[in-house]
Design a protein around this ligand. Structure first.
Ligand SMILES: [Zn+2]
Length: 301
């Protein structure tokens, strides 16, 4: 089995009890909830609960988690984006009177998916911004670009100084896999700068069990810039024909040449990366995938 670096202390989240979840008071009526791998947030208003996403990893325990804080019903569900790992338990909520809000691109994606677990939104918006007043609480929903998936939102609660930026990064950890499976890598790089323009103290970013600060966004920003710089240098120095010859690719197999070239680019870029393991967990796990995404984007975009 592959050897992995131990999870550093700073990246350790809370112990998950037998209930399967931990609810964290984030202030101003906002609560984070996690089961260790996936997280999201909800806000209690005078009349009910506004929930962001309904991750299947939490599933039925989501109701129990909210029940730890309030007996009020979920009145509003905001979809951060269409991916099943974040909203695939939406069907478990009581749908009677439930308002489901998303960007219209998210609605279109769900329609195409034809997945009973992901009910269609009841209200969508197009364009960049939608401001909501839900029972006296201001929600700003922003679609600033397809940094993760078309229709993905930054959800800002200005008075609570809290953000949900689901699948934007992992707090105290390297981004998952290919820059969190970004649909558009240049937009992903921009997203960190966009996030830092908001006035917030806490960000809920969708995975693992820690909640972040602007400093954590800044750290991810610096990390992905190092990924890009290293990938750019490697692209300039690794030659396709030399890489193919070194790997003894049979003459004429151009697809294999391309594959070993990119593998060599990623290997070279990994050597060029400054050490990050004292600042982020998971760098050893996701380095090659992240460099591959950064390098192809630099090559293609
Ligand atoms: Zn996603």
């Amino acid at each position: 089995m592959t050897e992995f670096a131990p999870v550093p202390d700073f990246a350790q989240g809370p112990e998950i009890p037998e209930s399967g979840f931990v609810v964290t008071d984030l202030g101003g009526g906002v609560h984070g909830v996690t089961q260790g791998m996936v997280n999201t947030m909800f806000l209690v208003t005078r009349k009910g609960v506004v929930l962001v996403d309904a991750p299947p990893a939490l599933g039925d325990t989501l109701a129990a988690a909210i029940g730890e804080v309030t007996a009020k019903p979920v009145t509003h569900l905001i979809y951060s984006h269409a991916h099943a790992d974040h909203i695939g338990a939406a069907h478990l909520l009581d749908q009677r009177g439930l308002k489901i809000i998303s960007h219209e691109l998210t609605g279109e994606f769900i329609k195409e998916a034809q997945d009973d677990r992901r009910p269609l939104p009841t209200e969508t918006f197009s364009g960049r911004r939608k401001e909501l007043d839900i029972d006296g609480v201001r929600f700003v929903l922003d679609y600033t670009g397809d940094w993760h998936q078309a229709g993905n939102l930054f959800i800002h609660l200005p008075e609570q100084k809290t953000m949900a930026a689901i699948d934007s990064f992992s707090v105290k950890n390297a981004p998952f896999f290919r820059l969190v499976f970004s649909a558009h890598v240049p937009a992903y790089f921009e997203a960190m700068d966009q996030l830092l323009e908001y006035d917030f103290e806490t960000v809920v970013s969708g995975h693992m069990s820690l909640y972040g600060t602007p400093e954590d966004v800044q750290t991810n920003r610096e990390y992905i810039h190092d990924l890009r710089t290293s990938a750019a240098k490697a692209l300039q120095t690794v030659d396709l024909k030399e890489a193919a010859a070194a790997a003894k690719v049979p003459a004429g197999n151009r697809q294999a040449e391309l594959k070993v070239w990119m593998d060599a680019v990623v290997a070279r870029a990994a050597e060029l990366m400054p050490p990050w393991d004292k600042h982020l967990g998971g760098t050893d796990i996701f380095l090659a995938d992240n460099l591959n995404a950064a390098a192809w984007s630099l090559f293609l975009d």
